[in-house]
Write a protein that binds this ligand. Structure first.
Ligand code: NI
Length: 137
């Protein structure tokens, strides 16, 4: 059976502040720049969710991408969209919400709930120019 990777893109708008409480205010400002702004700021994020598997004979799909969308919306997007990642999002508590940390946290939430599909890549776009990718532990 040919093995194929399929991807669904979802978007969410979220506020955050990058801050390391172990550093001084001036160290935080120089490390994180505008992302250290005390009164938050937002990004229009895109999350590309990829699962890999065999093509099912009956449907011709690896996975119904509407089902994948529903799972990602329920477990990730509904929790993050129009929220503050530092304050509102249970799976980001105590984590500095860089794109890197966020993509790993999203993986940890999503991998168990997409089964039996196999999550193989998350690509998180924080801006049009910056994205991070994670392919699991
Ligand atoms: Ni930022």
């Amino acid at each position: 059976m040919p093995r194929v990777t399929v991807t669904r893109r979802l978007t969410f708008n979220a506020a955050h502040r990058l801050h390391n409480p172990e550093l001084s205010d001036s160290e935080n400002r120089s490390l994180f720049g505008p992302c250290n702004n005390a009164n938050w700021h937002g990004h229009n994020n895109r999350l590309d969710v990829s699962v890999t598997g065999d093509i099912e004979t009956k449907s011709g799909y690896v996975m119904d991408l509407k089902k994948l969308r529903d799972v990602v919306e329920e477990h990730l997007v509904d929790k993050m969209d129009h929220r503050n990642l530092n304050i509102d999002v249970d799976f980001m508590q105590g984590i500095n919400p860089t794109a890197e940390n966020l993509v790993v946290a999203c993986w940890n939430v999503l991998a168990p709930v997409v089964r039996p599909a196999r999550l193989t890549r998350l690509r998180l776009w924080e801006t049009d120019n910056n994205y991070v990718e994670y392919e699991g532990p």
